[in-house]
Design a binder for this molecule. Sequence first.
Ligand code: SF4
Length: 491
Amino acid sequence: MKLIFVGNDYKYEIEGVMKLFIPASLFDLSYPDNVPKSIEGDYALIVREKNDDDTHLQVSARVGGNTQTRSGELLNTTPDYDNECELLLSKLLFGCMKELTGITPGWGVITGVRPVKQVNKLIDKGLGDDEIREYMHLRYLCSDKKTDIAIKTAHTQSDILKTLDKRSFGLYVSIPFCPTRCSYCSFVSTTTESSKSLIPQYVALLCQEIEHTAKICEKAGIYPDSIYFGGGTPTTLSASQLRAVMGKISDCFDMSHVREYTVEAGRPDTITPQKLHAIKEMGAGRVSINPQSLSDKVLENIGRKHTVSQFFDALEMAQQTGFECINTDIIAGLPGDDIGSFRNTVDTLISKALDNITVHTLSIKRAARLNHEGTADALKNPAGEMIDYATDSLIKNGYAPYYLYRQKNMLENQENIGWSKPGKESLYNICIMEEVQTIIAVGAGGSTKLVDRDGGRLERIFNYKYPYEYIKGFDEILKRKNGVESFYEEK
Ligand code: SF4
């Protein structure tokens, strides 16, 4: 598909809107000086023509031989002119593509990751639910159904966010190793098949980074109120390696404000009673055990290398270990899944009375193997119907949405939602999604996000992505962490 821009370069947003209709595609972009006389094949032509007082905006799109054209005008004195041009062109393109494909993406032209952030801003301005629905529809073409779920999420978050202390932060610990690679995965994660030998050195350096970071946080006068071990699969580490890292954290950080401590146990095939006891004894009260699907056929399709019965065994082990909160992740739209087996996954997890159930939608990312091997089949999955079923069932069974985010190339332009029983919401997940609290990350692939809640300042410090880079560039990583202290000094 060709994307042709004349008089503008709104490439990022326009590509995002096109992907709502044609996910996982690469577009052929061009920027001619004038509107081409003739164009071969499928295309979208995005034209901005600035006159003395106003601007004429026009979009034409052709798909499979059918063409649609939409146009609009904007005064040159419009506040935030560039953003408004971009938004109007996105809406014109949305109108053309909706007609040409018969698809109506529920989130309208919102291509960003955090629709709830937008709703939270409207709530802060004093708008009621009906006014928010109307605004989201007129400005972004967002459906009432999607706005309602964002409003519900914002309401669940509001009391929790009020309890945040300005000197607190969330600590993220990255363990970027997995036993094998799942076909849909595009996380920074290395399989233990290829890098088992790196783990002891990685653990030793991670402990050093924790010690260094804790000193900087102490100087900056900040302390963790939540801790989150993610990856990868943290339980790829042995029980003694988990004890070493978790012990280093409690030795070095001020733990007196920590009110939530999560370890993503992730893959059931890495979980043992010894590891769960180590995690619990070292202070974590929340674990995540993720089947992604309760169909052995689907698990095999996505290369998870564990079975449904291994998931139930791991879940029982975690329940017996006595964690305060157990989360489980599932994905709608996995290859080979269908509505019947997805419903069974949702119903079974609800029947287990879990505290948190996180429902993701498959996102076909470039880095994932699935992108090369099974995209066409995956795109046929009724992800929207699956998400609707999960949403209705979870609400009926007393769960509320407490965080929500979107990714690029999600099937049927859906979303990921964390559902929780009342009082079991994860503070860390809310804070990272809404960008309302500093997150300090340690380990390969970690990204520290410094947030000044008063001034709206947001800065990032990145660690190297892969374990071998982390090990090689470790001194530089320690140096970069000094940015935390400077950020808080400037406040
Ligand atoms: S367990 Fe998670 S992080 Fe690891 S390969 Fe699978 S999807 Fe990726």
